[in-house]
Each structure stands twice: as structure tokens, then as C-alpha cells.
Design a protein around this ligand. Structure first.
Ligand SMILES: [Zn+2]
Length: 96
């Protein structure tokens, strides 16, 4: 007897199909969302409460925390420099 002709297998396969559809309905059909804990974007990820973007960033930071720290530190220094330049411009303007 071939597998497909086995009534037990056919029944099992039918149940699998039903389960697949149920899972799809639960994920694709669901409109239940929560705000992302980091940026507030509504997300269906009720467990992690991270939208796709934040989940991806967080995953990469967790993977390479030292690199993430370097990037953020460099960015902080850049911002500091811009603030100094802006203050200088303002003080020059007020002198004129
Ligand atoms: Zn987010």
C-alpha cells in the first residue's frame, strides 16, 4: 500500500492542512497589535513587543555590542562638535 492510499495518512494530512490554515489565520488575519516598546510602532509581535526594525537593530546590537557602542560614541562626539560649532556661529552673529 502506498502512503497516500493509507486512510490513516490521509486523515493525518487533512489535519495538518487544517492546522496550517489555523496558524495562518492567527498570524495574518489577526489585527491585534501592541505598540513597539522602543519606537511605538504598532506591531503584531505580542511576545517581544518589538517592531521589525527595532527587533533587527536590537538583534544586531546584542550580537555586536562593542561595535554598537563605538558607533554611538562616535555619533555622540560628532553631535558635540556640531553643538560647539552652532554655539560659535550664534556668538559670532550676536557680535555683529
Ligand atoms: Zn520599533
Amino acid at each position: 500500500m502506498r502512503r497516500n492510499e493509507d486512510p490513516g495518512y490521509a486523515e493525518w494530512a487533512d489535519q495538518q492542512d487544517v492546522e496550517d490554515i489555523k496558524v495562518q489565520d492567527a498570524t495574518i488575519g489577526s489585527e491585534i497589535t501592541v505598540p513597539c516598546e522602543l519606537c511605538g510602532t504598532p506591531t503584531r509581535m505580542l511576545g517581544t513587543k518589538r517592531c521589525d526594525g527595532c527587533w533587527e537593530i536590537e538583534r544586531r546590537i546584542n550580537h555586536q555590542p562593542e561595535l554598537a557602542r563605538k558607533i554611538l560614541t562616535a555619533r555622540g562626539e560628532e553631535q558635540e562638535l556640531q553643538n560647539q560649532q552652532a554655539e560659535q556661529l550664534i556668538s559670532e552673529e550676536t557680535q555683529c
